[in-house]
Write a protein that binds this ligand. Structure first.
Ligand SMILES: [Zn+2]
Ligand SMILES: [Zn+2]
Length: 483
């Protein structure tokens, strides 16, 4: 009785504590929540692919998710997620992928299709620790910890918002419905390398009773305005037998390095034309003009972009690197956009990317500051756009850039053409290592449309090949995935 009076007094003084108490009651009460050891959520839904849409503003391409199973233990900070996803869009690689991700405290690891586990980075562990809070049971449980802080009460429309800072120092916002008092969402902040500071929100919908608790059966997670996961829950299981502890080899392994060293190798393709290869399968091309160098593509990450820019600058006795062509907006290809801007390079891209690229360059990156965010006086933004085609020509070289027409992978794609060398520079139209060639016809049509007679393909993905071999390889494999 005395305790209840004290609690009530505390609530009156702290509206955030009051919201927490009413949400706890609405879900089933503190005893029920504390008695939950693990929760296993099963279902299916969709995983849209961020940064892989037809145009920067088009709907995201979508993976269909089946066999989604996520178990978590909020007390011990453990979780395990497995799902199978199938591409619902034309794709040149495996169209069915099995994801298997785990967390135990600050140890995060992934398990491949053959059962081989690999410890991931500390940043991934932190992201998963935050994700673990994106469930009503987990956030309420975290808020009960005597060292957790609950405060910053405010209203948003009909919802009441409070901030919860966990024992680990992670802060998330819990939204609670004023009528039902049920938690309706958790929001946290994270870094996404292309977008910088992003808010990640999971909405809790369609609550159902399960073992004395109310649990959501529809979970929709967004990253800024983009849905990244939408799961319809078919079954919530309380305290199902699951082993979520990190296996001994994962406990013994070091976390993967956050910034692994990048190797960039150089291959001279033709005098004044270099192909930059190295680790990974995203390459770049350097083209020498009479008084400057132009780079085609700064892909994958800030560290790769930096290494590629540095290598390009070393190639022609200090001839300045002045601009970079970004083939299209997809996040793997535009990952070095901000690095190029920080390095004072002019960006050349297709018109359809202009507004999006301006936004990417302007966005705040305070959680994980990149080179542009840290620049004391960032160079002025320079973006040159290509509508249908542009010919860049001086005494030493001609480089033509063409918008790739009617392509269902990306509608803002540029390909490069060196008419004197008869070299085609292309991204995402062909890679000899692909399982199938969804854009073989589209590539042939665009070559014909522009009246090109290539001798060599110098690609962003794959290997340099004679054009005759490209045509042969494309004819030998199917365009679409077998049903
Ligand atoms: Zn792409
Ligand atoms: Zn690509």
């Amino acid at each position: 009785m005395l305790l209840a009076a004290i609690l009530a007094g505390g609530c009156a003084r702290n509206p955030a504590a009051k919201v927490l108490a009413s949400a706890t009651e609405a879900v089933g009460g503190k005893d029920k929540i504390m008695a939950l050891g693990t929760l296993t959520v099963e279902g299916e839904g969709t995983n849209p692919s961020l940064g892989q849409n037809l145009t920067p503003e088009a709907p995201l391409t979508v993976w269909k998710v089946t066999g989604f199973t996520e178990s978590f233990d909020p007390e011990k900070g453990r979780m395990h997620m497995e799902q199978v996803r199938t591409a619902q869009f034309p794709f040149a690689m495996a169209t069915t992928i099995r994801d298997n991700r785990s967390l135990d405290g600050d140890i995060a690891w992934d398990t491949d299709q053959d059962g081989n586990a690999t410890r991931t980075t500390q940043r991934v562990a932190l992201e998963r620790r935050m994700e673990l809070l994106h469930h009503p049971i987990a956030i309420l449980r975290a808020a009960f910890d005597p060292t957790a802080k609950v405060g910053n009460y405010r209203k948003r429309g009909l919802d009441e918002l409070i901030d919860v800072t966990t024992v680990n120092g992670d802060t998330v916002t819990l939204a609670v419905a004023t009528d039902t008092h049920l938690p309706i969402s958790v929001t946290s902040h994270a870094d996404q390398p292309n977008l910088g500071d992003v808010s990640i929100e999971t909405k809790f919908l369609d609550y159902q009773d399960q073992g004395g608790l109310k649990l959501p059966t529809h979970l929709v997670s967004t990253i800024d305005k983009w849905v990244r996961s939408d799961i319809r829950v078919s079954k919530n299981s309380i305290n199902a037998p699951v082993n979520l502890a990190a296996p001994a080899p994962m406990r013994a392994a070091l976390a993967a390095p956050a910034d692994p060293p990048v190797s960039v190798t150089v291959q001279l393709v033709s005098p004044g034309v270099w192909w930059l290869n190295g680790d990974g399968n995203h390459h770049s091309v350097v083209i020498e003009f009479s008084d400057h160098l132009t780079l085609f593509e700064v892909p994958t990450s800030e560290s790769r972009a930096k290494a590629v820019i540095e290598k390009a600058r070393s190639l022609a006795f200090g001839k300045p690197l002045t601009d970079v062509i970004v083939s299209h907006h997809h996040f793997d290809h535009s990952a070095g956009l901000r690095t190029a801007a920080a390095e004072g390079l002019a960006i050349i891209t297709q018109r359809g990317n202009l507004a999006f690229f301006k936004d990417l360059i302007a966005r705040p990156h305070t959680i994980v500051p990149d080179e542009l965010a840290m620049a004391l006086s960032p160079p002025p933004m320079q973006i040159k756009v290509v509508d249908d085609e542009v010919k860049i020509k001086d005494d030493a070289r001609e480089l033509d850039l063409y918008h790739v027409k009617n392509n269902n992978h990306c509608d803002t794609l540029l390909m490069g053409w060196l008419p004197n060398e008869r070299i085609l520079i292309q991204a995402d139209l062909y890679d000899s290592g692909w399982q199938r060639f969804p854009w073989a016809d589209n590539l042939r049509e665009n070559i014909e449309l522009r009246g090109l007679k290539p001798e060599k393909d110098v690609p962003i993905h794959g290997k340099i090949e004679d054009w005759a071999d490209v045509l042969k390889t494309m004819s030998a494999k199917p365009a679409a995935a077998e049903k």
